[in-house]
Design a protein around this ligand. Structure first.
Ligand SMILES: Nc1ncnc2c1ncn2[C@@H]1O[C@H](COP(=O)(O)OP(=O)(O)O)[C@@H](O)[C@H]1O
Ligand SMILES: [Mg+2]
Length: 416
């Protein structure tokens, strides 16, 4: 019988279309036969004999199998990978222990198949270097970058929490205070990125982490473009179509921070409405809607959201970037003032409904009233969401960390 590892490898090669199923079956039959004749053959050898797959491709597939199975602990020198905590289109992310010692980190490992491409490897390293250079409380910190056993990886701050996408998938509909709390923190991350000349280009719930201490952190700078940098210029249609800005969808090359503001607007919409503004049966249909279809003011009103939120969403998601928030600082200022209650903003629906067609109207869809009012009472407590923004720091996070450390010790004991 071929080993379990060989079977996994065989399945992966067929699954990702590297080798035809018939050919793999033939190899497995040969392995079976070789065992019976007392000279067992490995799958790699059987495949190599037939020249069915390039050796580096085979090594990559073997590594993929190890990363997905429980055999990843020692694949990265200097770290012990403990548990897979996430995966995206380009990579897997593991909670890990930095050796020696017990420091928890996250290790992002580039998919081995992708790492065969020098361009992807370069982009991955640039992402790591960028994270290591940036220092902001709302952006995951990068620590170190390396290559080990043929795997490209970098270590970063481990964030104990879930992505915003996971909350949305669990059907958590965020109440407005909670949603604005998240948007404000990512807005701060964007303001910082803007100052640093960086456009993220892939703002979406899957790249936003909510920690157990109620901090919100942006991750995944894999598509980020830096001013003066060369990356991505030929392909600006990166990002996830459901959140992509119209100018990104059109493939414009002069993408700036307003594109991230649009994507953050879609994220806000998704959080409070519970579904995406533009849906379609495939990516190209969604892309077309991102470019052509305006948000319906009427429909938004029917969703039971407040006038303020309506305004924020429309101004962030304006198709024309000239009438979007010009930069994250303006967004932060509006949301903070709203939260502090210093300004009573009265919504002017006429302005908002016509705003898409008129570049001037979105400027003041609210009438300001009582600008010198003392700070109002704190916002009402979340009603529809169980994720409470700004909940007093308690021992939960610390307890959870101790729990993880205990688990680490347990895992270590098991192996010893
Ligand atoms: N620093 C981190 N701490 C904990 N989990 C993380 C961290 N960074 C990423 N993740 C998890 O891993 C997933 C994939 O990471 P991401 O950087 O978005 O990779 P990709 O570029 O492949 O999309 C994220 O959606 C998240 O669930
Ligand atoms: Mg991602």
């Amino acid at each position: 019988m071929p080993s379990k590892n060989d079977l996994h490898l065989a399945a992966r090669l067929v699954f990702d279309g590297t080798v035809a199923e018939d050919a793999v079956r033939e190899c497995l039959a040969e392995i079976q036969h070789s065992e019976e004749s007392g000279r067992p053959l490995r799958l790699e050898e059987a495949l190599a004999k037939r020249r069915l797959v390039a050796p580096e491709r085979l090594t990559a597939a073997r590594l993929e199998v190890m990363l997905d199975s429980g055999h990843f602990a020692n694949l990265i020198d200097g770290y012990e990978l403990v548990e897979k905590v996430g995966a995206g289109h380009t990579s897997r992310v593991y909670m890990a222990r930095k050796l020696p010692g017990n420091d928890l980190v996250a290790v992002k490992v580039l998919h081995p198949k992708l790492s065969l491409s020098p361009d992807v490897r370069r982009a991955f390293r640039e992402e790591a270097e960028l994270l290591m250079r940036l220092k902001h409380d709302n952006i995951v910190r990068g620590y170190a970058l390396g290559r080990s056993h043929g795997l490209e990886y970098f270590a970063m701050e481990y964030v104990d929490g879930d992505t915003l996408l996971e909350y949305i998938q669990k059907k958590v509909v965020f109440n407005e205070d909670a949603a604005l709390y998240v948007i404000l923190q990512i807005g701060r991350a964007l303001e910082y990125l803007n100052r640093e000349g960086v456009v993220h280009r892939d703002i979406k719930p899957g790249n936003i982490l909510l920690t157990r201490e109620n901090t919100v952190k942006l991750c995944d700078l894999g598509f980020a473009a830096t001013s003066g940098g060369a990356e991505g210029e030929s392909d600006t249609t990166v990002g996830t179509v459901a959140y992509i800005s119209p100018e990104q969808a059109r493939g414009r090359t002069d993408i700036d921070i307003r594109s991230d503001i649009y994507s953050l607007g879609v994220t806000l919409y998704h959080m409070v409405i519970g579904e995406l503004p533009f849906q379609g049966s495939d990516d190209s249909e969604v892309l077309a809607k991102q470019i052509l279809e305006s948000l319906s003011s009427e429909e938004l009103k029917g969703r039971g959201i407040s006038d303020h939120l309506h305004y924020f969403i429309q101004k962030m998601m304006a198709k024309n970037r000239e009438i979007r928030y010009a930069d994250p600082a303006a967004l932060i200022s509006d949301i903070s003032e709203h939260i502090r209650g210093k300004k009573t903003l009265t919504y002017n629906p006429l302005a908002a409904s016509e705003a898409e067609g008129d570049e001037n109207l979105l400027e003041k869809p609210f009438h300001e009233e009582g600008g010198d009012k003392p700070a109002a009472a704190p916002p009402p407590s979340p009603s529809r969401s169980w994720w409470k923004p700004g909940a007093p720091k308690d021992d939960a996070a610390r307890r959870r960390e101790t729990e993880i450390r205990e688990r680490l010790k347990g895992l270590k004991r098991k192996r010893e």
